[in-house]
Design a protein around this ligand. Sequence first.
Ligand code: DHB
Ligand code: FE
Length: 300
Amino acid sequence: MAKITASVYTSHVPAIGAALDTGKSKDDYWKPVFTGYDFSQQWMKDNKPDVILLVYNDHATAFSLDMIPTFAIGTAAQYKPADEGYGARPVPVVQGHPELASYIAQSVIQQDFDLTIVNKMDVDHGLTVPLSLMCGELDPVKGAWPCPVIPFAVNVVQYPVPSGQRCYNLGKAIRKAIESYDEDINVHIWGTGGMSHQLQGARAGLINREWDNAWLDKMIEDPAACAQTPHIDYVREAGSEGIELVMWLIARGAMSDVPYDDKNATDLVASSAHSVKVRHRFYHVPASNTAVGHVILENR
Ligand code: DHB
Ligand code: FE
């Protein structure tokens, strides 16, 4: 059966992608950001997944404000890097995993989470910047990402956005789906976006180091309590774009120390007895207008 072996959490600041793509990653401003991912790039090589389920948000790129799915799963074979106004990022095309993606869609929809099925879309910085941070620089033509990626898009751009609790429960449903997929593969689930940032209005530039780190502690140690954080707390404390953090709770909810709610889940006891190991934790401010947070959790 398929197994989720680890979850990765990281911010997705577009300027990080631009710094890489224009050869600025060794500059004084950017070096401390990229140094925080040195461990992670080696870890990716040592712990190469067969598939990544990458939870991210589209920034009115593939989905315009004409049509806004709350949760959308990519079932395509390939996803091109999107042109967000300055040309597409020079990174490899993302290979999908239509079989596993379709299986997850079937299972998760039957568990009462209504996903939008996406058979064709381009992927923006929300997805490609986390891949670059974790996998390093790759030739856009000759290079390839280490494995297939299933894009899982969440609306955190236009209210109403899903609650942290709903995202956390969705993570449990995704885990149940993956663990019933009849192939011995190793899956990583990534939660991306955040941490504190606000891009517009009187509070533009807001960063809240104390709140971010307290939220990280809670997300790691007591995710069920963290999932109860109301929207207004994110907006007030972490800025309007800080709400992207609810996506991290999808990945956290899929980890094996989080019990299923489902009474029929026979592995409930064994699963909840497992604990999660923090392999890496990093925090840096600022990168552009954003606080960068990054965690790697492994299932023991
Ligand atoms: C910035 C951060 C984001 O998360 C984003 O999607 C766009 C811009 C920024 O810091 O500039
Ligand atoms: Fe964003």
